[in-house]
Design a protein. Sequence first.
Length: 266
Amino acid sequence: MFSRFGPARRPPSRLRRRLAAGARLVAALTLVGGLYTAFAPAAVAEDSSGLSPAAQQGKGYFDQTCASCHGSNAQGVPGKGPSLIGVGSAAVEFQVGSGRMPLAGQAAQAEKKKALYNLDQARDIGAYIEAVGGGPQIPEGDDLHSKGDAARGGELFRVNCAACHQFAAAGGALSSGKFAPAIAATDREIYGAMLSGPQNMPVFGDNQLTPQDKADIIAYIQNLRSDQDPGGWGIGRLGPVPEALVIFLVGLVALIFATLWIAGKS
Ligand code: HEC
Ligand code: HEC
C-alpha cells in the first residue's frame, strides 16, 4: 500500500465529500436568506398582528364600512369601488375626513357631507391603507399654510387650479353634472386633494408641485377665504370688468331716472 513516493494522502471518502458539499449548500442558503431579510423591504403584514395599533384600529373601521365597496384587502370591487392599493393615507384622510367616504348614493360625484368618522379615525384608516399598499402622505401638522407665500401661491393657483376652481376658488361647473367645488377646506384637506386628485381633479404629486409650492397655494386659498371684501360687495371677485359693468348698469339706470324726474318737473 506504499507507493514509491511515500505514503499516499488518503483521498477524502465519498461520504465526507458529500457532507462537505451539503454543509456548503446550507451555509450559502443561510447567507442568501440573511441578506434577503436584511435588504428586502419590510414585508406587508398578512395578518393584523403585524400592524401598528393605529392601523389595526383602522382595519376594524375599514372591514366594517369600506370593505363592501373596496374589497376586504382594499383591492377594489368591480362596479362598486376602486382599488385603494397605493392611494396612500393622503387620499383616505381627504375622502373620509371631508365626509365624501363612505360613499352614500350613486350621485354624479361624491360630495362633502357630515363625516361619519372623526379625523383621528380617518387617520387610523389611512394608516391601515398605508400599511397595505403604501402611497402619498400628508405632512405632519394642521397649519400647513404658515410656511407659504400667498402671492406666489396665487400665481401657481391661477396656472394649475383656476381652470376648474375659478381664480378666486369659487368653484365652477364641469361636464356631465360634475363640478369643481368652491374650496372651503382645511389645510390638510387641500394638501390631500392635491396629492390624491379626487375624481376629475388631476393628481399634483411632489414633482409637479413641490411641498413648498403646495404650502404657497394653501396660503393663497386660506388668504382668499379670510379676506372679507373690504370694499363692500365682492361681485364674484372677478376684477375690474364686472365692476365697470355694475357701475355702468346701475349708473345708467340712475341717470335715466334722474332725467325722467327732471323732465317731469318742468
Ligand atoms: C358604496 C360604496 C363605497 C363605500 C361604502 C366606500 N367607498 Fe370609497 N369609493 C367608492 C367609489 C365608487 C369611489 C370612486 C369615486 C369617487 O372617487 O368618488 C371611491 C373612492 C375612494 C377613495 C379615492 C381613491 C383614489 O383613487 O383617490 C378613497 C381613498 C376611498 N374611496 C376610501 C374609502 C373608505 C376609507 C371608506 C370607508 C370609510 C369608503 N371609501 C367607503 C365607493 C365606496
Ligand atoms: C380638472 C379640474 C380640476 C383642477 C385643474 C383642479 N381641481 Fe381641485 N377639484 C376638482 C374636482 C372635480 C373636485 C371635486 C372632487 C370631489 O368632490 O371628490 C375638486 C376638489 C378640490 C378640493 C376639495 C374642495 C373642498 O372644499 O372640499 C380642493 C381643496 C381642491 N380641489 C384643490 C385644488 C387645487 C389646490 C388645485 C390646483 C393645484 C386643483 N384643485 C386643481 C377639479 C379640479
